[in-house]
Structures are given as structure tokens and as C-alpha cells.
Design a protein around this ligand. Structure first.
Ligand SMILES: [Zn+2]
Length: 402
């Protein structure tokens, strides 16, 4: 079986093909390794000096840059460490915070109202048949598993016996009344003697408050996406930076809506004058930011000034509000929040322009602690302060109307 013994050595077309394929495989496995190595090198973080011109923005951040990466690597880089990681996350977390606040506020829509005083309500109840109400309420107390202050039942019973409602929070009382006496107290349509509660229970329009929450979410998400994606290409960087500026303008403009609307809702002329002005200013800023020269790094100061000017124009309606409502404690309270917000935003703008602290120690704050991250945190803090400001306006107007 000589033939058979040499069988394995005889070249057949099939073997030649297999051999060539094997060569191919070895060659392609080498080239695959080469590609992988190249990719590894290619997606290494680089230094400021190696950056393409469109990415050179802050010469005090020396390293940990991603540049010209494909989108897949960019999206994966959200979970890796580079000099934009914290910029992305500070505003992404801010976005989710505001998303939560929006859902929370919407679910508890009328419940954000917490009457500081229930004197008015006590007065109104005073007009009704007190003994009847008291007996009905006392009977009903035990069957209220959902009362948030169920542990205070003793206080409640005492309050009912003495008919002194001042120790109860407004909502505890209203909830008790609506649960126990649905006939007389219905949130949708109050009947009989008790329809005096109605004006207190009608929440005023919410759109200015939600416009602000929407503006804040848009700004935070746009900013986060911008920091993640600008390193992809010059084209995407150009688009994302514009969306980012539009987001900042939207946040500033919509921040005016709750204070202006709720302060001047009984003076439509000033209400629409201020709202129109700030909306126009926001649109102008967005249009300006579409112009190509606007993103050059030497225009950093002008960029910040334009946004600062926009925010600063809020001083006029705030002073006007203080004059108009000088006897309202809420006017002072909201002004306090608005000043705090102004301080946080201004401090953010100042840090953004001066690029402190990285200018003092270039390269030391590349990953954590550089000016842009501090600016982001101050923006979220400012917007969160403004959310509380908005809640005070809602309480004020819900309880007092116009
Ligand atoms: Zn940013």
C-alpha cells in the first residue's frame, strides 16, 4: 500500500487549498492581533499636545483625552476614566434627579401644598355644624389606615374635642375631612355648607413650574451628551456644542417662568412683559450660539457674559415682586432662594471663565476637581435651589389665589 503510505504527502487540489487557507488563517489571525493592538493603541487616552485643533479648549488640562473615537468606544467610555467622565456623570445624575422631581411633583400635584396656617379652614369649619362634624370624624378616625400621621391620632382626637385645629397641618385636616366626609368634602366638587374649602383646594396652573423642570432636564441631558460625544469628530462636536449652549439658554429662560408667572399672575401686563422679554432673550442667545465664531475658545468670556447677562436680567422682576408684595412673607422667602441661586450660578460662571483650580496646577486636576466639574455641580445646586423656590410659589398661590 505504497500508494496509501505516501497518500498523505501527495498534494491534492483540496490539500493545497487547505494549506493556503491555513496560511490565510495564520496571516489573518496575525492581522487580527495587529488590528486589536492598533485599536488598543488608537483608543488610548492622549495628551493635550496631540489633540486635533477642534478639541483644544483648555490648555491647563494636560492629559486623559479621548480623540476621534468611534461612537461605540465613546458610549463604552461612559464607564471608564478619562477627563470627561465626571463632566458626563455630574449632569447625568442631575438629569435623573430632575426627572425624579418632575414625576414626584406630578404625582403629588396638589399635595405639595402644605398650609402653614389652617386658621382660614378653622374659621370655615366654624360656620358648619361642629358637633355633627366632630362626631362623624371621631367615628371615622379608626378606619383610616392611610393617614400619614396616624400615630398622632391622640392629638387629633384632642383637637377635635377642643375644636382647636391649629396644631394640625392643613393637609392632615383636609385629608381627614375628605376621607371621612366625602359627601361634604370632595376635591372635585364641594357641596353644601362646606364648599368654602373649594378655593383652597384648586391648584393654580402648573405649566410655568413644569416648563422650568423641562428646561433643567433638557440642559442637563444636552450637557451630559455633549461632554460624552464631542471627541468623536469635528462635525459632531460642532453640533453638540450648539445643543449644549441651547440647553443653558433654555435653563436660564425657563428659570424665570415660575417666579415671573406666580409673582405677576394678577398683573397680566407685567407677567407677559417679563415672560416675553426673557423668552426673546433666550431665543437670541440660541441664535447667537449658532454662529460659528461663538465656540472659539477666545470667546469663552463673551459666551459666559451673554449667559450671565441673561440671568442678571432677572433682577428687575425680583425687585418689582418685592415692591408689589412687600407684606407677603413668601415674597421675601422666594427672594432669599433666588439670591442663593444667583450666587451659585455666578460662582459657577466665574469658575468657568477663570478655569480655577487647574490654572494654578496644570495637569493635577485632569480627572477630578477641574473648573468645569465644579461649574456643573454649581449648576445642579442652583437649579435644585430654584425647584424649592418654585414650590414656595405654588404653596403661596394655591393657598391664596390671586
Ligand atoms: Zn459642561
Amino acid at each position: 500500500m505504497t500508494h496509501g503510505a505516501y497518500d498523505g504527502l501527495i498534494a491534492t487540489p483540496k490539500k493545497i487549498n487547505d494549506f493556503v487557507d491555513g496560511e490565510d488563517e495564520r496571516a489573518s489571525s496575525k492581522s487580527r492581533k495587529g488590528v486589536r493592538l492598533w485599536r488598543k493603541l488608537k483608543y488610548q487616552l492622549i495628551e493635550y499636545n496631540s489633540l486635533p485643533a477642534y478639541m483644544r479648549d483648555n490648555e491647563f488640562i494636560l492629559g486623559y483625552y479621548r480623540a476621534d473615537w468611534p461612537l461605540k468606544q465613546i458610549f463604552l467610555s461612559i464607564f471608564s476614566i478619562h477627563n470627561e467622565t465626571l463632566n458626563v456623570w455630574t449632569h447625568l445624575i442631575g438629569f435623573f434627579l430632575f426627572l425624579f422631581l418632575t414625576i414626584y411633583t406630578a404625582m403629588r400635584a396638589p399635595m405639595v401644598v402644605d398650609f402653614n396656617s389652617v386658621q382660614d379652614l378653622s374659621e370655615m369649619i366654624g360656620k358648619a355644624d361642629l358637633n355633627m362634624i366632630r362626631l362623624d370624624l371621631l367615628k371615622c378616625l379608626a378606619s383610616l389606615p392611610n393617614m400619614p400621621e396616624i400615630l398622632k391620632l391622640n392629638d387629633l382626637s384632642e383637637s377635635l374635642y377642643s375644636l382647636d385645629f391649629s396644631s394640625l397641618s392643613g393637609w392632615t385636616l383636609v385629608e381627614l375631612l375628605t376621607n371621612c366626609l366625602p359627601e361634604q368634602f370632595s376635591l372635585n366638587g364641594l357641596k353644601g355648607d362646606m364648599n368654602m374649602v373649594s378655593p383652597l383646594m384648586q391648584p393654580i396652573t402648573r405649566w410655568p413650574f413644569y416648563a422650568f423642570l423641562g428646561g433643567a432636564m433638557f440642559c442637563l441631558l444636552a450637557s451630559s451628551a455633549c461632554h460624552l460625544l464631542t471627541c468623536h469628530s469635528q462635525r459632531l462636536s460642532y453640533i453638540m456644542l450648539r445643543i449644549d449652549y441651547a440647553g443653558i439658554a433654555a435653563l436660564i429662560a425657563t428659570s424665570f417662568y415660575p417666579p415671573v408667572y406666580y409673582s405677576f399672575m394678577c398683573n397680566p401686563f407685567f407677567c407677559y412683559l417679563y415672560l416675553g422679554f426673557i423668552t426673546l432673550m433666550g431665543i437670541t442667545t440660541i441664535v447667537f450660539s449658532l454662529l460659528p465664531f461663538f465656540q472659539k475658545s477666545e470667546f469663552r468670556k463673551y459666551r459666559a457674559s451673554l449667559f450671565f447677562l441673561m440671568g442678571f436680567s432677572g433682577v428687575a422682576p425680583i425687585i418689582h415682586k418685592l415692591i408689589l408684595h412687600k407684606h407677603q412673607p413668601e415674597a421675601l422667602q422666594t427672594t432669599g432662594y433666588e439670591i442663593l441661586m444667583g450666587v451659585l450660578y455666578s460662582l459657577g460662571a466665574l469658575i468657568y471663565v477663570t478655569r480655577i483650580p487647574e490654572r494654578w496646577m496644570p495637569g493635577k486636576f485632569d480627572i477630578a476637581g477641574h473648573s468645569h466639574q465644579l461649574f456643573h455641580i454649581l449648576v445642579v445646586a442652583g437649579a435644585y435651589t430654584h425647584y424649592h423656590d418654585g414650590l414656595i410659589y405654588l404653596r403661596w398661590r394655591d393657598s391664596q389665589g390671586c
